[in-house]
Design a protein around this ligand. Structure first.
Ligand code: CMC
Length: 436
């Protein structure tokens, strides 16, 4: 069957046949639709990319209506159960699960790149005692660009691979340093004998003991959390990574930009907001009144809703399971009861049912992180560590895609037509806008 779209332009009575491929039309095919030879041609208008595919990608598959998430074809549930985070990072970045020797080499390479240059450590020391860890992370990742100037040669696959290893290796070190800085504790250097999450925990929590031993159940839970957060196709921060990377900026700067996008409360910053919300609600019996305020449009229920998922976020389901494992070690976080009550009431309420609003990944992750001993300000930093693998995979795919160019959307100009210039002494103030 021929796949095409017939368009009839009522302005000119002309008709056009536009090919359909993979359920999409090419926006550039609309340009031929003109009212006159000097007409620019038709564009599509899509604020917030509600219905625009910006790339062809083979990394992550999401079927939002069914609550399905797969990395490179493997269901997230299987990967969370059977793999380590670095195994999954390799899969996301290079397309296939590593063999045993490949994994050994990969883990060795990442471990080799965990150290920060001493000047970067000093850079971190310069932040105020109460600096938000996400601001510190974003700035420090950007600062790495000055330490590795060769990173700008983004067309060189070997140089790209080296920066990928550096970023994945150094992200937990930067994150741990931001945490120690906020507490006024001395920084702990990476320990190459430890695994990825075990070493991260060592850099976070080692005090005077000769060797820090992470609780294996908590290290395992953190590893699962990292797997769940590793990639999520074309979300806001992945789009920033691709967009900034499309100008051929180096991957440290592009990653810093992506992390900045992640920090917002509508994206990764939501996990911090969930905890604030649970604190504000305070008790299980206050939940119905809070839900009423959400329905009245006073604020959003943080950790609920998703642009793509119109069903239960599969990551939230695994997180609920992981929460129980963590609470066996740490004791139950009392906020879980408020969260469960919020979920129960929301899932039975017409407002949430009609809009297909379900808990997302940020709803339960904060409760787990808090039980592990993290302050809410650290939650988004914990999201950024594993998402770095996803950002880099998206960036690499973009750089290698011959169809990609510098990202540059169009606009519909709605401002003034040409105006006569008025000299300063003759200008009068414009009337204040009338409030609606
Ligand atoms: N609480 C109450 N109402 C909501 C919520 C919510 N959390 N989310 C969406 N709605 C309503 C929204 O008001 C709108 O209602 P109406 O049709 O009456 O105007 C309808 O549902 C559709 O929402 P939308 O804002 O058009 O949806 P969107 O796709 O633009 O936004 C979202 C998606 C995730 C930004 C949004 O659901 C939200 O702000 N959620 C809270 C923040 C949050 O948890 N973010 C984390 C997202 S998952 C992890 C990540 O990507 O980082």
């Amino acid at each position: 069957m021929k796949e095409g779209l017939l368009i009839s332009d009522q302005r000119t009575q002309a008709s056009y046949e536009i090919p359909i491929q993979d359920g999409t039309i090419r926006a550039m095919d609309l340009r031929q639709i003109k009212t006159a030879p000097d007409d620019f041609g038709l564009m599509s208008y899509d604020p917030a990319f509600m219905n625009t595919a910006s790339c062809r990608s083979a990394i992550t598959f999401i079927e939002g209506d069914k609550g399905i998430l797969r990395y490179r074809g493997y269901p997230i549930e299987t990967l969370a159960e059977k793999c380590s985070f670095l195994e999954v990072a390799y899969l996301i970045l290079f397309g296939d699960l590593p063999t045993e020797p490949q994994l050994k080499e990969w883990v060795g390479q990442i471990t080799h790149h965990t150290m920060l240059h001493e000047t970067t450590k000093k850079f971190l020391e310069g932040f105020r005692y109460d600096a938000h860890p996400m601001g510190m992370l974003v700035s420090t990742v950007a600062a790495l660009s000055t330490v590795y100037p060769e990173a700008r040669h983004v067309q060189d696959p070997e140089i790209r691979r080296l920066q990928i290893m550096r970023l994945i290796g150094k992200m937990p070190t930067i994150a741990a340093y931001t945490y120690r800085h906020s507490l006024g504790y001395p920084y702990v250097y990476p320990d190459n004998e430890l695994g990825y999450t075990g070493n991260f925990m060592n850099m976070l929590w080692k005090m005077a003991e000769p060797r820090y031993t992470a609780n294996p159940a908590l290290a395992c839970a953190l590893d699962i959390l990292f797997i769940l957060h590793a990639d999520h196709e074309q979300n806001c921060s992945a789009n920033v990574m691709r967009s900034v990377g499309s100008s051929r900026a180096d991957p440290f700067l592009a990653t810093a930009a992506a992390a900045a996008a992640l920090s917002g409360p509508l994206h990764g910053g939501a996990n911090e907001e969930v905890l604030k919300m649970l604190d504000e609600i305070g008790a299980k019996d206050k939940v119905p009144a809070y839900i009423e305020k959400v329905k009245a449009g006073q604020f959003k229920l943080m950790g609920f809703g998703h642009r793509i998922y119109k069903n239960y976020d599969p990551r939230a389901r695994i997180l609920k399971w992981a929460a129980d494992r963590v609470f066996e070690v740490t004791g139950r976080n009392p906020k879980l009861d408020i969260a469960l009550e919020l979920e129960r009431i929301a899932l039975e309420d017409e407002y949430f049912i009609k809009r297909k609003l379900y808990p997302n990944v940020d709803f339960y992750s904060g409760i787990i992180y808090q039980a592990m001993g993290f302050k809410p300000e650290m939650f988004t930093v914990l999201f950024a560590i594993p998402r770095t693998a996803g950002w880099l995979a998206q960036w690499q795919e973009m750089v290698e895609d011959p169809e990609q160019k510098i990202a540059r959307p169009r606009q519909v100009y709605i401002g003034h037509a040409v105006r006569d210039f008025v000299p300063l002494e003759k200008r009068s103030a414009a009337p204040a806008p009338v409030k609606a």
